[in-house]
Design a protein around this ligand. Structure first.
Ligand code: ADP
Ligand code: MG
Length: 629
């Protein structure tokens, strides 16, 4: 009988060690002042953690987090003083209120691009500040006093030291939860949001849901900090939640390293200590008191960010070998190291088998089972009289053709002929001006790109769209997103491990198919352009596509790499039953690969037939080769 292996994840192990440390510091003879500072660092760190998720990971800047801190603080302060309910109920109410507010606000604003979102968060921050300050029952600008301390099993956490443990337990376990979230299928999508949503949508991901998730989670962390603050201070007033505070939280995250969870805590430590130190030292240096620390800390921060724009955590990771780099390395997600059996161009299917990797992986793989293939001769894609105009320019004009199951169709034409536009029309990135597109017999022209991807269209982009700072394997796994089902909550509690393992096997197999298996753990940025194109194909393959749309996949590849790609694409069509529609300029490559060719010129279809027919077509020679033999 096999013994079940149970191992504690590294992040949880670290969390446990730090929790024990927090408990032991409670009884350590630390001066009360230091305990108070540590409490504030923890409170700020929680908000900054949310900003790491929102700004550093998902690329959405918010100046309005202080308003969410206020929401958590005021909700519990009001309920526990006026209604006399337990602070724990106040926490529940505060978080519920925050989730509802963040959802509504996010739903309205997250579709906005560029500077509109930060502007909206500023407006939101200012509005809530004045709302707190003008409501009679919230005590106007005087706020609410007499807030009870948090009780825990009959014990009141009225001492700073007791709050210290509670605050830091929240900080530590929020870090652990976010670490697990970021190393899951949801986390990969959150990281993908930063570079725009086009790629993720083309992989079948409903990106708006993930934007909302990041926004709500960041707001909840802020509200949690507000709740702790209200019951630590035992009084709240609007000043603590104004726009300056919102900007301060963002500065902490940026200074610490907005791309790193640890950066949030480091930023909170540095800014809090710096402000405190300057407040002490400046009056004696300048001989007068005033808010000079704001000016000096501003100058110091500019100097610091000049030195290390990615923040202190990044700087330490690069320049000091210990402890942050070792810590980060030990927290990296596991990779599939063993080569998989029976995959690659010698195996007979792209379907994934669990191999000898245990029952849990097998169970997960059942969920990740390949979709049914189109049967021989079935028309997979039918393009009917499709037109697309950009203003007065007819980029695609009445183009029609079919792609059958297992067929490889080439789309060729001179530069500007409309090939990429047609690709975008087929994959749903652009809306049609007229005509229709059928995929597996269903009209899909009104479906968004993500819905078409879910039906089985996988695509690569002419200008590669990869996440350069993510590993090659993680890039591929974004393609496999819709094949898995684990939720973000499951990821936080690590219920997704069997599925993650199966996903990694799929990713590794797709990398093997394009010859990139040795680069799985490299950063995508470090690959050559040719390899990046192959990575785009691997990502498309990971979605288990029925139709593969490849826009100039061989551009930048060397001769032998092109031959290898040709073999792989033939293997995919013949052995795996995948249909391929390919745009390519290299005529040798195309002629030796495709079953049929469609030729476009100035948006018009000018020829359609086998490579031999097209090669001899005088119209094509005239248009494509400019009349040269
Ligand atoms: P190809 O891929 O065949 O080289 P494209 O499909 O990229 O050609 O472009 C076809 C024509 O449509 C070009 O004249 C191009 O300038 C124009 N075009 C493409 N995309 C847009 C767009 N988003 N807005 C306006 N014109 C566009
Ligand atoms: Mg193009």
């Amino acid at each position: 009988m096999k013994l079940l292996h149970f191992s504690i994840p590294p992040a949880v192990r670290l969390g446990l060690v730090l929790s024990v440390l927090a408990f032991s510091l409670r009884i350590a003879p630390l001066p009360e002042f230091w305990v108070t500072l540590a409490n504030y660092i923890g409170l700020y760190g929680l908000v900054a953690l949310g900003l790491v998720l929102l700004t550093g990971v998902a690329g959405m800047t918010s100046f309005g987090q202080a308003a969410f801190v206020g929401l958590g603080a005021y909700a519990s302060a009001y309920l526990s003083t006026v209604w006399g309910v337990s602070p724990w109920f106040g926490l529940l109410a505060g978080i519920t209120l925050t989730v509802v507010a963040a959802y509504c606000l996010g739903w309205i604003t997250l579709g906005l691009s560029g500077h509109f979102l930060p502007l909206c968060t500023i407006a939101w921050g200012i509005s809530l500040f004045y709302l707190f300050g003008n409501l009679d029952y919230l005590g106007k600008f005087d706020g609410i006093t007499g807030i009870p301390p948090i009780g825990f099993y009959g014990m009141d956490l009225s001492q700073g030291r007791d709050n210290f443990v509670l605050i830091w337990l929240f900080v530590i376990w929020s870090c652990v939860a976010l670490h697990h979230l970021l190393n899951s299928r949801s986390g990969r999508v959150l990281k993908a949001l930063k570079g725009g949503v086009l790629m993720a949508e083309s992989c079948g991901v409903a990106t708006m849901q993930y934007k909302l998730l990041a926004f709500i989670l960041a707001a909840v962390l802020a509200a949690l900090s507000g709740w702790l603050y209200a019951h630590l201070q035992r009084a709240v007033n609007p000043t603590a939640f104004n726009l300056t505070a919102g900007i301060g939280y963002l500065i902490m995250a940026v200074v610490g390293g907005v791309g790193y969870l640890g950066g949030a805590v480091v930023g909170a430590i540095v800014i809090t200590l710096l402000n405190n130190w300057l407040q002490n030292i400046l009056p004696s240096l300048l001989g007068q008191s005033g808010n000079y620390e704001v000016i000096v800390s501003g100058i110091l921060l500019i100097a610091l960010l000049q030195k290390s724009p990615k923040g202190i955590w990044y700087w330490v990771e690069v320049h000091v070998n210990f402890p942050l780099s070792r810590l980060s390395n030990s927290l990296r997600p596991p990779s599939v190291k063993e080569p998989l059996q029976g995959t690659g161009p010698t195996s007979n299917s792209l379907s994934i088998s669990a191999g000898s990797n245990g029952l849990s992986a097998k169970t997960a793989c059942t969920k990740l089972a390949p979709r049914p293939r189109a049967h021989r001769g079935q028309v997979v894609l039918r393009v009917n009289e499709v037109c697309k105009s950009f203003g007065g320019l007819k980029a695609v004009n009445a183009v029609g053709f079919e792609v059958k199951a297992s067929q490889i169709v080439g789309l060729i034409g001179p530069n500007g002929a409309g090939k990429s536009t047609l690709f975008n029309l087929i994959s749903g990135v652009l809306p049609l001006s007229s005509g229709s597109i059928e995929f597996l017999g269903n009209a899909v022209q009104s479906l968004p790109a993500r819905a078409r991807a879910r039906l089985g269209m996988g695509r690569s982009f002419q200008h590669v769209r990869l996440l350069g700072q993510m590993s090659v394997l993680d890039n591929v796994l974004i393609g496999a997103h819709t094949r898995a089902h684990s939720s973000w909550i499951g990821a936080i509690f690590r219920f997704n491990q069997a599925e993650e393992f199966a996903l990694r096997e799929i990713g590794q197999e797709c990398l093997r198919l394009v010859g990139l298996e040795d680069f799985a753990q490299h950063l995508a940025d470090t690959l050559s352009l040719g390899q990046q194109r192959l990575l785009e194909i691997a990502r498309a393959l990971a979605s288990d596509p029925i139709l593969l749309l490849l826009d100039e996949p061989a551009a930048g590849l060397r001769h032998f790499e092109k031959q290898e790609l040709q073999r792989t694409l033939k293997y995919l069509s013949v052995e795996c039953g995948i249909s391929v529609l390919i745009v390519e300029h290299d005529m040798d490559f195309v002629m030796g690969l495709v079953d049929e060719l469609v030729v476009m010129d100035f948006g018009n279809p000018i020829a359609h037939g086998s490579p031999a027919q097209v090669r001899d077509n005088p119209v094509v020679i005239q248009a494509y080769l400019g009349g040269i033999d």
